[in-house]
Design a protein around this ligand. Structure first.
Ligand SMILES: CC(C)(COP(=O)(O)OP(=O)(O)OC[C@H]1O[C@@H](n2cnc3c(N)ncnc32)[C@H](O)[C@@H]1OP(=O)(O)O)[C@@H](O)C(=O)NCCC(=O)NCCS
Length: 146
């Protein structure tokens, strides 16, 4: 059974290890710790007791900003990312948010595919937003009404 407990400091070893395996430019432990300290919403996705992914989002007025969504590499393409995103939509609606916003790298094919599949549309680009192996990479900004 999938469930979505809140992420706590005690989860950070496992989260940081998964993050390093899942992203070419992973968040640091400090990025996660700062998010928790700032009161951002952060959840694990667990299947029974096993962590299969996690997500972090920030609520600003009636808008939520999705900052990180990750499914363990060996468990991708099984619908788990969609389920986790669905959980985030539910939480955001419960908090009266009307729009979800995110940035994604043009090189992140799986991320963009997940978001398009779930109704996100590109509204613009932020130039040189991300560090990249050669220089910087733009961000695609996408939104979806809730
Ligand atoms: C993005 C991510 C969370 C998707 O999780 P997932 O569990 O694989 O997603 P799902 O299985 O629910 O996929 C849903 C749909 O998204 C699309 N999709 C997901 N990964 C894809 C890929 N690698 N290539 C093409 N389409 C993809 C497909 O349409 C898929 O539906 P389908 O399998 O029926 O074709 C996962 O790939 C991931 O953790 N990537 C690394 C971290 C990351 O880049 N996160 C996003 C930016 S923070």
């Amino acid at each position: 059974m999938l469930h979505y407990p809140a992420m706590t400091e005690a989860d950070l070893d496992a989260v940081v290890e998964a993050e390093r395996r899942s992203h070419p430019f992973p968040w640091t432990r400090g990025n996660f710790a700062d998010s928790l300290a700032a009161g951002y919403g952060a959840w694990l996705a667990r299947e029974d007791e096993r962590m299969i992914g996690y997500a972090v989002m920030m609520l600003v007025l009636d808008e939520v900003h999705l900052l990180n969504i990750t499914v363990l590499p060996e468990l991708q393409r099984r619908g788990l990312g969609s389920a986790l995103l669905g959980h985030l939509f539910e939480v955001a609606r419960m908090r009266a948010a009307t729009r979800m916003l995110l940035e994604v790298r043009p090189s992140n094919v799986s991320g963009q595919a997940l978001y398009k599949r779930h109704g996100f549309a590109e509204i613009g680009r932020r130039r040189d937003y991300y560090p990249a192996h050669a220089g910087r990479e733009d961000a695609i900004v996408m939104t979806r009404d809730l």
